[in-house]
Design a protein. Structure first.
Lengths: 227, 125
């Protein structure tokens, strides 16, 4: 039984695409703290939807593959359809995020009256990030600092907590990976209350194989410039 | 001489076919602009078949040198324009498809009825 006070009014949104190996464990882990989990299946060709269902998640299925940004937006809209929802967590399907971090972030959102709590793997030194990945992520964060005016240390962390009000105002139009920067830009332009929260990212062989290639940052830049 | 006539006939057929394909079909207001450009382009292409010297003459006029160079520049510009408009159309198409797919996905998942379901009714205890 979840003990956290906000657990039942929180929805965890997990975009997934061909994550059958891990999704069941991830959803079960999350549901120990947050009973409401919506997995947005982005047209997986494996058994991801069945696995997620078996773990007790609600599964929303895109009929075709649209990208992670589109999946997040779909999940946000699903969560908004529950009038009791007070906060939503965006969570990666590959198991690299810690549920304990999410719990802390939800509590912090409510306690400090924030609109969004953004995870950062660079606030403390729990997360081991390779030099090349670190350089790219730091550049991305610098870009977001520049465009949004927010003093961020990490811009592409998939773990975030959004309050209901902000969730209703977010409209992600970047279907693919550029949505992370887009979300930050939205937050920056709306001038809402935000905070960064230290998160521990556990890179496993699996998450590494599912993660994006560093070359994809080129695509992200192009998507952002020619929106 | 004979080859030149054959080339001219083939070129005219290609230009006429291209003209028919691009000018047909309904569309929005700004499509008209593109079509005016297209008519200009077709006229230019057709006249260059009949008067091969016209490109060199025009190239001299704008100070580019050879007619073939002028043709290449215009081709590059047109191609870049094509890439840009195609990109935009693709993005707007993608946006529409996304909206459509999202609507379908949410409707199938019974979003909106989530309120009838007490939160966490299937939670492990």
């Amino acid at each position: 039984m979840p003990s956290e006070p906000f657990a039942s009014s929180t929805w965890v949104v997990i975009p997934m695409y061909n994550e059958a190996t891990m999704i069941r464990t991830v959803v079960e882990d999350v549901r120990r703290h947050f009973p409401n989990v919506v997995c947005v299946d982005d047209g997986s060709s494996d058994t991801s939807p069945e696995e997620a269902l078996a773990a007790g998640a609600v599964v929303v299925r895109h009929p075709i593959n649209l990208g992670q940004g589109a999946s997040l937006q779909t999940g946000i809209e699903y969560a908004l359809s529950d009038p009791a929802m007070s906060a939503l967590v965006t969570f990666d399907a590959d198991g690299q995020h810690q549920v304990a971090d999410a719990v802390e972030m939800v509590e912090r959102l409510h306690r400090d009256g924030l609109d969004i709590v953004i995870g950062s793997r660079f606030i403390d030194d729990r997360t081991n990030v390779g030099a090349a990945k670190r350089a790219v992520l730091k550049t991305a964060a610098a870009y977001s600092r520049f465009t949004s005016g927010m003093a961020l240390t990490d811009a592409h962390n998939g773990l975030r907590v959004l309050g209901r009000d902000l969730a209703g105002r977010v409209k992600l139009r970047q279907n693919r990976m550029a949505h992370a920067s887009e979300l930050i830009d939205t937050v920056g332009s709306l001038g809402v209350k935000w905070a960064e929260h230290p998160t521990h990212i556990v890179y496993t062989e699996y998450s590494r194989s599912k993660g994006q290639s560093l070359l994809n940052s080129v695509n992200i830049l192009v998507d952002l410039f020619f929106r | 001489m004979f080859m030149q006539i054959v080339f001219q006939i083939v070129a005219i057929i290609v230009i006429v076919a291209a003209a028919i394909f691009t000018l047909r079909g309904g569309g929005a207001r700004h499509q008209a602009l593109r079509r005016i450009f297209m008519v200009f382009f077709i006229a230019a292409a057709a006249s260059s078949v009949a008067f091969p010297g016209i490109w060199t003459w025009m190239a001299k006029l704008v100070g580019v040198g050879r007619g073939a160079d002028l043709l290449l520049y215009m081709l590059v510009l047109t191609f870049l324009g094509f890439v840009a408009t195609t990109y935009r159309r693709f993005r707007s198409l993608e946006r529409d498809v996304t909206e459509l797919a999202r609507h379908l996905a949410l409707a199938e998942a019974g979003a909106g009825q989530a309120r009838d379901k007490p939160a966490g009714d299937t939670e492990p205890s």
